[in-house]
Design a protein around this ligand. Structure first.
Ligand SMILES: NC(=O)c1ccc[n+]([C@@H]2O[C@H](COP(=O)([O-])OP(=O)(O)OC[C@H]3O[C@@H](n4cnc5c(N)ncnc54)[C@H](OP(=O)(O)O)[C@@H]3O)[C@@H](O)[C@H]2O)c1
Length: 251
């Protein structure tokens, strides 16, 4: 990935990992567009980094995704880096699942439909760029699921699979496909205070950003680096251990 002169769209870029990456792209002289649902969060990000471009868009909604791509291409004339970062994480006790389907479906729509649809919407445009990158932010839970967040873990496993297929289909093009598999990182994912035990955000973002610039395809950090190399048996054992720990701490 070239370090400067890119036009970058980061979904969910007003907080957490998205904003940390936005800040690093801005520092290297790139045009950076972020989107999210909360106007107030986008306004705060713009106040902190005035050169950011912001747009309200709900990535769970197909019409919003189409409008976002249209607006971006009309407004900037080009886009060569897509960062599929927006995500939500819900804890779901399957035996007591009594919400409506549309509430469960939201998690699939943001975490999985969004990245796939945005990729397809931008494919024609990315192919005419001299150099382009699609960066998918999945999770270490793509490899070893968090049983208490079953839909989330499934969406991330699917995004991991989609990233692999995309990379292979695009191997003879100038579009590089990168995937970041974060471990727990200290952000507000899933609600304030649920990830305070995670890696410090700026240390994580510095390490990941350097590896993105170096062109690495699958980027883990801490424990998720090892997860990429586990056997199926080790993955299953790790999932079981994590579930037992969770039950122990949430009795
Ligand atoms: N933190 C971790 O431990 C961790 C670990 C593994 C993977 N990840 C992944 O990293 C990515 C970033 O998460 P984060 O940790 O930085 O959490 P975060 O601070 O909660 O950021 C998530 C961002 O996504 C946006 N978003 C959520 N739903 C959206 C929607 N429907 N449309 C548009 N934007 C939406 C949120 O903004 P609005 O609410 O304003 O829309 C928010 O800015 C996610 O994909 C997450 O799954 C995080």
């Amino acid at each position: 990935m070239q370090s400067s002169g890119n036009t970058v769209l980061i979904t969910g870029g007003a907080s957490g990992i998205g904003l940390a990456l936005a800040k690093r792209f801005l520092a290297l002289d790139n045009e950076v567009i972020i989107c999210g649902r909360r106007e107030e969060k986008l306004r705060q990000a713009k106040e902190e980094f005035p050169s950011l471009h912001t747009r309200v868009a709900d990535i769970a909604n197909a019409n919003d995704r189409e409008a976002l791509v249209k607006w971006t291409l009309n407004h900037f004339g080009r886009l060569n880096i897509l960062v599929n970062n927006a995500g939500i994480q819900n804890r779901i006790a399957i035996q007591k699942a009594n919400f409506t389907w549309s509430e469960y479906q939201q998690e699939i729509a943001v975490n999985l439909e969004g990245p796939i649809h945005l990729t397809l919407l931008l494919m024609e445009h990315l192919q005419v760029m001299a150099q382009a990158s699609i960066i998918n932010i999945s999770s270490g839970l793509a490899i070893v699921p968090a049983t208490w967040a079953p839909i989330y873990s499934a969406t991330k496993a699917a995004l991991h699979s989609f990233s692999t297929s995309l990379r292979l289909q695009l191997e003879d093009t100038k579009i590089e496909v990168m995937e970041v598999l974060p471990p727990a990182v200290n952000t507000d994912l899933g609600g304030t205070g649920l990830h305070t035990f995670g890696a410090p955000l700026s240390e994580f973002a510095d390490a990941v950003f350097a590896r993105l610039l170096a062109g690495e395809q699958e980027i883990g950090y801490g424990g998720t680096e090892e997860r990429l190399h586990l056997t199926k048996k080790e993955q299953d054992t790790a999932a079981k251990q994590m579930w037992e720990n969770f039950k122990h701490h949430n009795r």
